[in-house]
Design a protein around this ligand. Structure first.
Ligand SMILES: [Mg+2]
Length: 353
């Protein structure tokens, strides 16, 4: 059940602002002038959301600028409007959930090289000292651990289907909450053998496509096609889809240049976050979730359902989302986490105890 993310601004339909909030002005980072029509430069500076428009769209520029202004009002910048993000947290226990790829690190061409910066690692460590913190990722837990190298976190790998809490000796807020309790849950455990078979099948199916890569994330299979010749990508996806239908019992979501194959199971990142909140903060938490892709929308929707908490979409493009807030890039996530740590250190004991 992948949410539909529009590639154009999410117009009209979805309500953007979190319940009970009154989004303020779109912020001061400088929305681009209505005439801006510069394609977004990869790795370029912090740019306004309007930059994604192709130059040929200048005729409708002012309408689009208006739509984007609307989108920014519905999903305010979480760094500029930090006080608004945590406004509902007073008197509640905060739990923090973070996607990895595209959130804590830039999307890279080689998924094996999605390394995290020391600054980001420091910020996550700092946040985890204050709040129970979990990584909710499509990656397998060992891979996520290898990248993040922090043992004070919960890792909900394979899209939340492999949940592992920290070792009892690890530090951070979780140690205090869990005591000696070991947190572990694998809702798809009985599907492990099927996954293994699907992984072998997919490796065979895409073998002829140079640049393709099949990753076994234990409870899901990722078929990467970022490095496959563009003219062959469609065909390759068709073959994967066809074989999956033959195999049955599996579902497929399309991520950023990757096909994510999972068992047909009513479980997603939203369910994982719900499970973790129940385990950690049974009286209910103010959950803060940051993520950049479609699968993160399940968690954003969960938070919206609760009416408590804050979803932050990492995106340089205006698109339909259930998140109440946005930031543009991983380096803004760093700013956000730093603000969160500073806020927690300042407010700390008052609301957590
Ligand atoms: Mg991601």
């Amino acid at each position: 059940m992948a949410p539909r993310l529009a590639t154009r601004p999410g117009l009209g339909g979805a309500s953007g602002a979190p319940p009970g909030r009154d989004p303020s002005s779109p912020g001061t980072r400088g929305p681009a002038p209505a005439t801006a029509a510069v394609p977004l430069a990869p790795g370029g500076g912090r740019q306004a959301l309007t930059d994604w428009r192709p130059a040929s769209a200048s005729a409708s520029a002012s309408a689009s600028a208006q739509e984007e202004g609307e989108w920014r009002r519905k999903h305010p910048d979480a760094v500029e409007n930090f006080a608004q993000v945590v406004a509902g947290a007073a008197g509640r226990r905060v739990a923090v959930f973070l996607d990895y790829d595209g959130t804590l690190t830039e999307i890279v061409n080689e998924p094996d090289k999605a390394f995290m910066s020391e600054a980001m690692r420091g910020a996550v460590r700092r946040v985890a000292r204050l709040f129970p913190t979990g990584i909710v990722t499509g990656r397998a837990v060992p891979k996520a651990l290898e990248f993040i190298q922090l043992d004070s976190l919960i890792y909900a790998g394979s899209h939340g289907m492999d949940i592992k809490g920290p070792e009892p000796a690890a530090g951070g807020k979780l140690r205090e909450i869990l005591g000696g309790r070991k947190l572990e849950y694998q809702p798809a455990a009985e599907h492990a053998a099927t996954i293994e078979r699907v992984c072998e099948e997919m490796t065979r199916v895409v073998a002829g496509y140079a640049g393709s890569m099949v990753e076994n994330s234990t409870f899901c299979v990722s078929v990467h096609y970022r490095n496959v010749a563009p003219e062959l990508q469609e065909e390759m996806q068709g073959r994967v889809r066809h074989r999956l239908v033959e195999l049955g019992g599996m579902k497929m979501n399309k991520g950023k240049m990757v096909l994510e194959i999972k068992p047909t199971l009513d479980w997603d990142k939203g369910k994982a976050v719900e499970y973790l909140v129940e385990q950690l903060v049974p009286e209910g938490a103010f959950a803060i979730y940051l993520g950049d892709d479609r699968t993160d929308e399940d968690a954003f929707r969960k938070i919206r359902e609760w009416g408590v908490g804050a979803g932050v979409l990492v995106s340089q493009q205006a698109k339909e989302t259930a998140a109440g807030f946005h930031v543009e890039r991983p380096r803004d996530v760093l700013d956000f986490l730093t603000a969160l740590a500073e806020w927690g250190e300042r407010e700390g004991a008052g609301w957590w105890s």
